[in-house]
Design a protein around this ligand. Structure first.
Ligand SMILES: *Cc1c(COP(=O)(O)O)cnc(C)c1O
Length: 467
């Protein structure tokens, strides 16, 4: 059997083509990387061009890439590409490397753990790192009630599990998400996500019993928080019926949907209504969590205490880890074996999370996020005073955005695309977002320096001037 199997198949080498074969500079990442914008080729350079061609031939076209450069090393506030260009990072890999790329606390914890063991499966042979992360999240998340945590691999998986838990606990099935909301790309989270293109188009049918309520969007609706909450609650009462609603899920500041900060009072009013009606209030803090907004969690800005909170992105310095943390009686409702997964709370990822938590603390990154907000607000406000196309400046901490509009105040996605492109080819990584694709968002690593951040924003200013 074995030999005939061998004969049928051509001799083939299974060794990987290492990245070394493309002569990537062997750079050490982390904070010691020179903190500068430096372009030594056009963007993309020849080595990135070669990788773009290989990607096209090897990787599903459904996996798009925004930047036309391939990374070789990263740290502080820069990403160095395979051609030796050093780009200013205003994206943090979508709000993930809040503590900075290759942060020494994270790399040391990962190296120590990877040499001890790489996987046992927590649901088979558990280990202390998982429990320690759970203890830390129970302590750090809002509210002083008894809490429990379950760990997963991605934000979408955390959201899926939060919904499972809420349904189990309440015995109800309907779930409400909000206009412009983003919660992931799995089937249930696509149903929760608002924007069709690119997240949902062609991928249905979607999970049932999911509804969408109107969001508070002060720049667009002009409503107070109380008025917007009343509008959303009226819709839920009349169109769904509160006796059917298991949970509402909301981002305290919307991420992909356009960095929409709800009007003051909106979130507390929804929380109060949910608590009074046996509806589980889930704060999706996958993007806003971990010091990003100047508080450890964005719910804290208005004293909101969610029943459940979903976490991922900034949790582990770039390693895949996610969590649902919440009230003990809700989290303990499902039967043993109802939650889990092969990799959830992987030991290397939990070690990285413990390293990252040390970094948040030791570098006082909450304060740093507020300092970055000060710089960003100052620069963007100056820019807005001479450019009416910046309709709105909003956000908190190191999660800030500008909404770009045309002369009639309508969303200007074309301008937004041109501004982003200009930044990209001039060595600044910026991301766009918004249901209408007209928002430039800034998510710098909290390890970026003041001057580099200012230089990055000056390139956005140049981009606006040139378009
Ligand atoms: C990114 C994101 C998710 C999905 O996280 P993944 O790790 O990409 O699955 C869910 N919710 C919010 C608010 C997000 O920003």
């Amino acid at each position: 059997m074995y030999s005939s199997y061998m004969r049928r198949r051509p001799a083939r080498s299974y060794s990987c083509r290492m990245s070394m074969t493309i002569d990537a500079p062997t750079l050490q990442g982390g904070p010691s990387l020179p903190q500068e914008r430096r372009l030594v080729t056009s963007i993309p350079g020849p080595k990135s061009e070669a990788l773009i061609a290989r990607k096209q031939a090897a990787v599903s076209a459904g996996v798009g890439t925004m930047m036309p450069v391939y990374a070789a090393a990263a740290g502080g506030g820069v990403i160095v590409d395979v051609d030796g260009n050093s780009l200013i990072d205003l994206g943090s890999g979508i709000a993930v490397t809040n503590v900075g790329n290759a942060d020494p606390h994270v790399t040391a914890a990962v190296i120590e753990q990877v040499q001890r063991f790489t996987h046992t499966c927590f649901t088979i042979t558990p280990y202390d790192g998982y429990v320690e992360v759970a203890e830390a999240l129970n302590r750090l998340t809002p509210g002083d009630h008894a809490k429990r945590t379950a760990l997963f691999n991605s934000g979408a998986e955390a959201v899926e599990n939060a919904i499972k838990i809420a349904r189990y606990y309440t015995g109800k099935s309907a779930v409400v998400a909000f206009d412009h909301g983003y919660h992931g790309r799995t089937n249930l989270t696509m149903a929760l996500t608002a924007k069709a293109m690119p997240y949902k188009a062609g991928f249905g049918p979607f999970a049932p019993d999911v509804y969408r309520a109107p969001m508070s969007y002060p720049y667009r609706d002009g409503l107070s928080g109380a008025e917007a909450a009343e509008r959303a609650i009226h819709m839920m009462d009349r169109q769904i019926g509160v006796d059917r609603i298991a949970a509402i899920i909301i981002e305290p500041i919307q991420g992909e949907g356009g960095f929409v900060v709800p009007a003051e009072g909106f979130l507390p009013a929804l929380q109060k209504w949910a608590n009074a009606n046996n509806v589980v209030f889930i704060a999706d803090e996958v993007q806003t969590g971990f010091a990003r907004t100047g508080q450890m969690f964005a719910s804290e800005h208005e004293g909101v205490v969610p029943d459940l909170i979903t976490l991922a992105k900034g949790i582990a310095g770039g390693l895949p880890l996610a969590a649902v943390t919440g009230k003990a009686e809700i989290m303990d409702a499902p039967h043993a074996g109802g939650l889990g997964g092969t990799y959830g709370g992987n030991p290397i990822a939990t070690a990285a999370a413990l390293g990252a938590l040390q970094a948040y603390d030791e570098h006082d990154l909450l304060a740093r996020a507020l300092e970055l907000e000060g710089i960003i607000r100052h620069e963007l406000t100056a820019l807005q005073s001479t450019d009416a196309r910046i309709g709105d400046i909003r956000g908190r901490g190191a999660m800030m955005a500008i909404e770009l509009v045309d002369a009639n105040g309508k969303p200007d996605a074309a301008l937004t695309g041109k501004v982003a492109k200009h930044c990209h080819v001039n060595g600044v990584i910026v991301l766009t977002c918004g249901t209408d694709g007209n928002v430039i968002r800034l998510l710098p690593p909290l390890s970026i320096g003041d001057d580099l951040l200012r230089e990055g924003i000056s390139v956005i200013a140049e981009a606006l001037a040139a378009n």
